[in-house]
Structures are given as structure tokens and as C-alpha cells.
Design a protein around this ligand. Structure first.
Ligand SMILES: Cc1ncc(COP(=O)(O)O)c(C=O)c1O
Ligand SMILES: N[C@@H](CCCC[NH3+])C(=O)O
Length: 418
């Protein structure tokens, strides 16, 4: 169970820390996201400790899971935050995040979002185009502010991950082309309301090898050295997020190996190192608890129709992503069949797992593993399905951190014409 810290069987019942998932399902209903506080804390502390003795800031990528309780937990541990919208900014502030530890990424920042971030003096804007730099300069000027800026450079490195989540190739929409970065840094001096403070890249997500990180880092350091020769003062180097996790058989680098490799690559340079991990902090700290509604046999297929669906967890439908599916209560009386585990949504692509060997009866509980990242944060109301409840386990305690959405909330704001 090493891929799932803080989830394991006790007396044939799957637990989060010391709480039986069966108990959580009875108390809070299904589908329900369950997070382990201990796993979240351990993951953050592993990153932080690996940087010991080196000026650094871990900026949690809020998009991975933006639940307030999780943001608050990381804020209390001293984390910074990588945000991509005014909405994420509001969440981080509400959760008690420190504005001076916020970096603002994203290709399409709007003037209102820039204003909100400038008003609270965030650490840095990761600017992704010349056009954005111009707008930021203008907005900051109107507010009599100087915007701290990093240019997000696209180093043209193959992250060797799913094409939908690869961001550091020159054909991707992200960042400033590597060979244009120097001249844009030089011309940033002509913008009176921005001040260059850093250099940034992010090459993709769910990377399972170190080599692309190192290749990107080396390219960024070459650029950093050239910029310094030209007299630009660069205070920090933001190397983005992207460290992968184990979903099944992957063997991603350990956090310590990843951080050591970055530290070795950056060497004695004085710049503060920033990183923006999302998945590696929360991915294996969460599971989705779901109940089997019906078993159905058609042709040569066995279907287990469960009460969670693609609207709750989009990753299988969107990327054909694999998530382990475990029985909450293990049965030893045989009856194992190969199931297609599917949701109730009216799409053939609404599946949570293909060809899973399980012994199932109607009403059984299943745990979909490794869904702490890009699970709840990518959920939707498709088929007018209320979003799942979320709970956090802390030792032998369970806390509801988000109520199941109500029908009233779901339709709030809608109008029927007279
Ligand atoms: C700019 C930026 N930073 C950080 C992340 C976090 O990535 P991950 O969850 O793979 O660590 C992402 C998402 O890929 C991103 O787009
Ligand atoms: N949503 C993706 C990750 C995207 C990262 C965003 N830059 C996933 O579920 O794997």
C-alpha cells in the first residue's frame, strides 16, 4: 500500500488513518471525497525538509485541490501558493494564505484579477506573453504600483507525459518562447510599472522521470546567467510543479531525489528556489468513496454501476487515466468477476475503471484511490448531479470540510423568463 499513505486495511475494512471508510459512508453518504490530514502534512513537510538550509518557497498549485480546509492546512505549515485566477486568489486569502507567498500563473489573466492581486501585494506575477506584460504594466500604473514579475519561459523540453498535460514544448500555448525571452527581459526595462524579480518555467504534469526537469533547469540557468550579465537582478528561480505520483505501476522520483537534483543543478547560485507542486502534495492523500448501485451483465461484459461518475472524477474520461479501485470491505468468499466500473451519467465515456477484478454485490462500497489531485477541483454538475461531500480524517476524527451540494445551491442564480 506504499502508494497510499494513511489508507490501509484493518480487519478487512479499508481505513483512512484509524477511521473505517464504511463508517464515513454511513455518516456522510456517497459519493464522498476523503482526505487524510496526516498524508497532506507529511507530503508538505517532505518537500520543505528536502530544501533545508536553502532559501526556498514551496508554492502549492491550488488548482490541484482548492478546498479551503486543505489550503488552510498548507498555509499553517508555511506554504506559499501558485494561483491561476482571481477565484483561487480569493480562496487562498480566505484560507489564511500569506499574500507575500503567492505567485500568479496562467496565460489569460484579466485586468480585474491583476488589480486584486496588486492590491494585496502578491510575491510575483508569472507573465506568459508580451501582451500580458503590457496590460499588467498599464493596470499597475493606474494603481500607482510596481508589479513584481517573472517571465514564464517555455524551455521547449519534452516532459514525456500525457499530451494534454504537457506544457513545456514550443507548440504548447504556455510561456514565452525560449529564444524570445532574453529580448523581452531586456525590453521589460521600458515598462515603468513592472519590476523583473524572477524567472519561471513549468513543463508539464505527472512527470515520472528526472531528466526533463534537469534539462529545463539547465536551460533556465543558462538564461539566468545571461540575464545577469546584462545587469538584470533576478531574485528567484521558479521551477514550476509537475512531479508525478504512483497511480499504479509508475515509479516517479522520490521527493528527496527530485529536490536534491534541482538543488545540485542550481548549485551555489544565490537565487531563492520556488517550486509549484500540486499533485505530489495532495494526489495520494485523497480517495473517492462510492457505492455500487447495480450490477448488470450485458453480452460478455459485467458492469458495476456506482454512484460516483465522471462529473465527480473526470480524469478517466478525459485522459483515460488509471485509478486503483479497492473494496472497502474485503470478502473472502470468492465470486471475483472482471467489472467495468461505471457511473450513472449518460455518456459511454463515463467510466471510473475498466476490467477490474472484484467480488461485488449490490450496495458494496468501493474506494477510488489517488484522487486528491484534480478530482474535486475538476468536478462538475453534469446531469444536474450535486457535487460530492468532502471530509478530512485526522487520527480517529472525521471532519466534514464541504457539505454535499444541495439542489437549491445547484440552481441558485438561474431564472425562468416570464
Ligand atoms: C503553472 C503551473 N504550476 C504548477 C502546476 C502543478 O502541477 P502538478 O500538479 O503536476 O505539480 C501546474 C499544473 O500542471 C501549472 O500549470
Ligand atoms: N488536470 C490534470 C493536470 C493538469 C495540470 C494543470 N496544469 C490531471 O488531472 O492530471
Amino acid at each position: 500500500m506504499s502508494g497510499f499513505p494513511s489508507f490501509g486495511y484493518q480487519n478487512s475494512g479499508l481505513c483512512s488513518e484509524s477511521v473505517q471508510l464504511d463508517f464515513i459512508a454511513r455518516k456522510f453518504g456517497t459519493p464522498c471525497y476523503v482526505y487524510s490530514r496526516a498524508a497532506l502534512v507529511a507530503a508538505y513537510q517532505e518537500f520543505d525538509a528536502a530544501f533545508a538550509g536553502r532559501d526556498h518557497l514551496v508554492c502549492y498549485a491550488v488548482k490541484a485541490n482548492s478546498s479551503l480546509a486543505i489550503l488552510n492546512l498548507f498555509a499553517r505549515l508555511g506554504s506559499g501558493f501558485d494561483i491561476v485566477s482571481g477565484g483561487e486568489l480569493r480562496r487562498v486569502l480566505k484560507a489564511g494564505g500569506d499574500p507575500q507567498k503567492i505567485v500568479f500563473s496562467g496565460v489569460g489573466k484579466q485586468p480585474d484579477e491583476m488589480r486584486a492581486a496588486l492590491a494585496i501585494d502578491i510575491l510575483c506575477f508569472n507573465v506568459e506573453s508580451e501582451a500580458e506584460l503590457q496590460v499588467l504594466n498599464q493596470v499597475a500604473g493606474e494603481m500607482n504600483k510596481i508589479a513584481p514579475v517573472s517571465l514564464r519561459v517555455n524551455p521547449d523540453v519534452d516532459a514525456k507525459t500525457h499530451p494534454y498535460i504537457s506544457t513545456g514544448l514550443k507548440e504548447n500555448k504556455f510561456g514565452i518562447p525560449f529564444d524570445e525571452a532574453e529580448s523581452l527581459y531586456a525590453s521589460s526595462r521600458d515598462f515603468s510599472n513592472v519590476r523583473v524579480t524572477g524567472l519561471d518555467c513549468h513543463i508539464g504534469s505527472q512527470l515520472t522521470e528526472l531528466a526533463p526537469f534537469i534539462e529545463a533547469c539547465r536551460k533556465m540557468l543558462g538564461l539566468l546567467d545571461r540575464l545577469q550579465t546584462q545587469g538584470l537582478q533576478i531574485d528567484h528561480l521558479d521551477l514550476g510543479g509537475g512531479l508525478g505520483i504512483r497511480y499504479s505501476a509508475e515509479n516517479p522520483p522520490l521527493v528527496g531525489q527530485y529536490v536534491d537534483a534541482l538543488r545540485a543543478c542550481v548549485g551555489q547560485r544565490k537565487q531563492r528556489i520556488l517550486i509549484e507542486p500540486g499533485r505530489a502534495l495532495v494526489g495520494n492523500a485523497g480517495i473517492l468513496l462510492t457505492r455500487v448501485e447495480y450490477l448488470k451483465h450485458t453480452g460478455d461484459k459485467n458492469f458495476a454501476i456506482v454512484d460516483a461518475a465522471m462529473n465527480d472524477l473526470m480524469r478517466p474520461a478525459l485522459y483515460d487515466a488509471y485509478h486503483e479501485i479497492l473494496p472497502v470491505n474485503v470478502k473472502n468468499d470468492g465470486g471475483i468477476k472482471t467489472y467495468q466500473v461505471v457511473g450513472p451519467v449518460c455518456e459511454t465515456g463515463d467510466f471510473l475503471g475498466h476490467d477490474r477484478d472484484l467480488a461485488l454485490s449490490q450496495g458494496d462500497l468501493l474506494a477510488i484511490m489517488s484522487v486528491g489531485a484534480y478530482g474535486m477541483s475538476m468536478s462538475s454538475n453534469y446531469n444536474t448531479r450535486p457535487r460530492a461531500a468532502e471530509v478530512m480524517v485526522d487520527g480517529d476524527q472525521v471532519h466534514l470540510i464541504r457539505e454535499r451540494e444541495s439542489m437549491e445551491q445547484l440552481m441558485a442564480g438561474e431564472k425562468i423568463l416570464p
